[in-house]
Design a protein around this ligand. Sequence first.
Ligand SMILES: C[S@@+](CC[C@H](N)C(=O)[O-])C[C@H]1O[C@@H](n2cnc3c(N)ncnc32)[C@H](O)[C@@H]1O
Length: 236
Amino acid sequence: MKTGPARGRRLSLAAYAMKSPLGAAYSRLRWGPLGKYIWHSRRVAGWTQGEEALALANASYSLTGDAVVVEIGTFMGSSAILLAGPRKLRAGGMVHCVDPFDGSGDPFSAPIYQAALRRSKRPLLEEFRHNIARAGVGDRVSVHVGRGEDVAREWTAPIDLLFLDGDHTYEGILATFHAWMPFLKPGGILAIHTSKPEAYEPGHDGPVRLVAAHIHPPGFEDIRLVTSTTFARKSA
Ligand SMILES: C[S@@+](CC[C@H](N)C(=O)[O-])C[C@H]1O[C@@H](n2cnc3c(N)ncnc32)[C@H](O)[C@@H]1O
């Protein structure tokens, strides 16, 4: 029987291999054209991984034409690549990344962001731009520096896909939800990260509480949880 540390070593070797060019080839074989962007996303520190990463990329890929995609909470760009890669493949649409890009956030999360920033070679916005350029999706990404609620005040465009992964307090995500929902088109897709029903640290349970309180018929349909992300379609 393998011991814990040996298993850990094997897992980290697998994780390392996935970030290497070998991982790029494997990702292309496994996920087709989306594989390139799943691989690029994995090279960036982030929280949207595994099945939910694929589901998020597929949600963006499912949109046609000049789709408008908005991400609230971008950090270093890992999930932005999952959203923007499919728009590149579709040759249409834009991903709008909304984040203060200063590592701020709810009291539980901010120290985690700050620790990641201390390990980073560049300031956050620079790191984000570097990762987006390396993934080759810069022409499909627009940056909005600020908190979601503030950026919403200037927003006017109808949205096809809205991904919420910013403030994780209930009050914070509720404010974001109310500020942005009027722009989500009927039939548009809402994705909410960190919303798997389980125990969360105090002040980090906003997404799961938001889903429990607001994401249900008749306002929403096709509701499903993938890993820790809830996907739902705004009813027509
Ligand atoms: C969990 S990280 C995002 C991770 C990213 N979606 C991924 O999967 O790689 C949350 C980000 O949201 C930002 N943030 C916190 N509060 C926010 C708010 N009210 N509006 C927009 N972004 C916020 C944080 O500074 C942080 O960069």
